[in-house]
Write a protein that binds this ligand. Structure first.
Ligand SMILES: C[S@@+](CC[C@H](N)C(=O)[O-])C[C@H]1O[C@@H](n2cnc3c(N)ncnc32)[C@H](O)[C@@H]1O
Length: 286
């Protein structure tokens, strides 16, 4: 399973706060039962780089970007995008962002990020690795990551069990501020009806964006929290045939059932959330 190798959180896991433990416990509930996982033809949690590539569905004027742009100096500043995918979360910050560093564990995503930066002519760098491990390893090897003006992180935190270390490292990596964007509920909630239909499996209700905000507050940080309309998914992800492929992967169903899945999706489109939550807080550890 993906969620950061989600094993069951135990008393010895070293959580700093109850909010951090609660987050991890709830994420654990998203594990796919072993008998379903064992017969899956493809890993259910993998992301398709094409879905996260830059395209003209990205609106640079969306508040998800404005709240980061406001932090950047008028004459330009540096951005780090943690879990950058194909750059949809940071490339729209150019030209106010004059240098963007993409961090992602998936090299195919980083390649798309680099191409998107080249296409609009913004300077960029890539770091392949898992956050916060990449930052910690750099520190241990005597070459700590230089803090950037602003750190952004969109649609990643529901993948992270050890959320406290993740948030602390985001904060340390930013001098001016951190902007995290997440849906109100776990992104896989969109497929809950499908799990019930195809596997008779009820999925968890949490964690939610409120639980994420509780973690940030428990760490002594007072964030701004703003709910905004969700920008459209990429054109690629909106096609019914692509949705059927996603459903097949997410729901651990065999390729042979694609026609049946596509027919079902036409009557039961996935319940993608219509709002996202932007959580912004000052950078630097005090
Ligand atoms: C859902 S995609 C979002 C991509 C992009 N931020 C966006 O909003 O379009 C999540 C991305 O985060 C990456 N990712 C997930 N957990 C990560 C971690 N702990 N460290 C680095 N990358 C991570 C995945 O490889 C994937 O590219």
């Amino acid at each position: 399973m993906t969620h950061d190798d989600v094993s069951s959180p135990s008393a010895d896991d070293g959580f700093l706060t109850e909010a951090g433990r609660h987050w991890a416990e709830q994420l654990h509930g998203w594990g796919v039962p072993e008998h379903i996982l064992a017969q899956a033809e493809v890993p259910p949690w993998a992301h398709d780089p094409a879905t996260f590539a830059m395209d003209d569905t990205v609106d640079p004027a969306s508040p998800i970007f404005e709240m980061a742009r406001e932090l950047l100096p008028i004459d330009g500043g540096s951005v780090m995008d943690v879990g950058c995918g194909g750059g949809r979360s940071s490339v729209p910050l150019a030209p106010r962002a004059t240098h963007i560093t993409g961090v992602d564990e998936n090299p195919a995503m980083l390649a798309k990020f680099a191409t998107a930066c080249d296409e609009i002519g913004v300077a960029h760098a890539e770091i392949q690795g898992k956050w916060p491990d990449a930052a910690i390893e750099a520190e241990v090897h005597g070459a700590p990551l230089a803090p950037r003006d602003v750190v952004v992180c969109h649609h990643v935190v529901y993948n992270v069990q050890n959320i406290e270390a993740f948030v602390v490292a985001l904060t340390a990596a930013a001098t001016l501020g951190v902007v995290v964007v997440l849906p109100k509920r776990h992104p896989q909630s969109a497929w809950n009806e499908g799990w019930l239909h195809f596997w008779n499996l009820k999925r968890p209700d949490g964690p939610t964006s409120d639980d994420f905000v509780a973690v940030v507050r428990a760490l002594g940080i007072e964030p701004e929290v703003v709910e905004v309309p969700r920008p459209p998914l990429s054109r690629h992800a909106a096609q019914p045939s692509q949705l059927a492929q996603s459903a097949r992967r997410r729901l651990c169903l065999p390729e042979a059932r694609l026609p049946e899945i596509e027919a079902w999706i036409r009557d039961h489109p996935p319940a993608f959330m219509s709002e996202v939550v932007v959580v912004r807080w000052p950078g630097g550890l005090s």
